[in-house]
Unconditional design. Structure first.
Length: 216
């Protein structure tokens, strides 16, 4: 995951013109930039993507992830932590840009950080905003979070739902009349069984030597 995510530094003029506390405006900014550079070594491969503001409190270790050791082990597909992994080491808090972001945090103009859901690791990866996160932590402020994830819609009917529908169908086939309420409930279950669900799933490629990646 030592990936240099190609989002550009946020320039002073962009920060000056951005509405204070408007996380969704930053969301649109990041989406536009990624879409324009999708063939420039970006993580955003072709497919369906979701981008939304998520509550920082739902990522348990968010405020501590910059202090994680450089080498950390996560169980593939069975991790279940929902935590966050930082792609870079903790920045120096005396660095100029960290000081600048601390000032923005104090006046409520700190842009959101960006995290990417990796389904194989069952956790988030911090891909943009390491200095902004540190600034928020040092100032004791909350940080807004933009969550990015790839997904596909699939149908997963449960055995219980199917069994109930089959029972009601059998009752009707035997000539048993359904009450109006039972008919409404049957219709609702039919809709639920055939409803699609959005699964967050990350594609991965195996790299052979230093050559091109192979999809896996």
């Amino acid at each position: 995951l030592a990936h240099d995510f190609p989002l550009p530094p946020i320039r002073a003029e962009l920060l000056r013109d951005a509405p204070a506390g408007e996380g969704r405006e930053w969301q649109r900014y990041f989406c536009r930039w990624v879409a324009e550079h999708i063939d420039a070594g970006n993580i955003a491969y072709a497919g369906d993507w979701g981008v939304e503001m998520i509550a920082a409190r739902t990522i348990g270790n968010l405020r501590d992830c910059l202090d994680e050791p450089a080498a950390i082990q996560k169980t593939w597909m069975l991790n279940g932590s929902g935590d966050c992994l930082a792609l870079r080491a903790r920045p120096d808090e005396h660095e100029g840009r960290v000081k600048m972001w601390r000032k923005q945090a104090r006046i409520g103009r700190l842009p959101p950080i960006v995290v990417w859901w990796i389904s194989g690791l069952d956790c988030w990866v911090l891909i943009d905003g390491h200095r902004r996160l540190l600034a928020a932590v040092l100032e004791g402020r909350e940080v807004e979070v933009i969550g990015v994830y790839s997904f596909h819609d699939i149908w997963y009917p449960t055995e219980e739902a199917i069994a109930k529908i089959e029972l009601e169908r059998a009752t009707r086939a035997r000539g048993g009349a359904l009450t109006e309420r039972a008919q409404i409930e049957l219709d609702r279950r039919l809709v639920e069984v055939h409803r699609g669900y959005r699964m967050w799933r990350t594609r991965a490629w195996a790299r052979v030597g230093r050559g091109e990646g192979r999809e896996g």
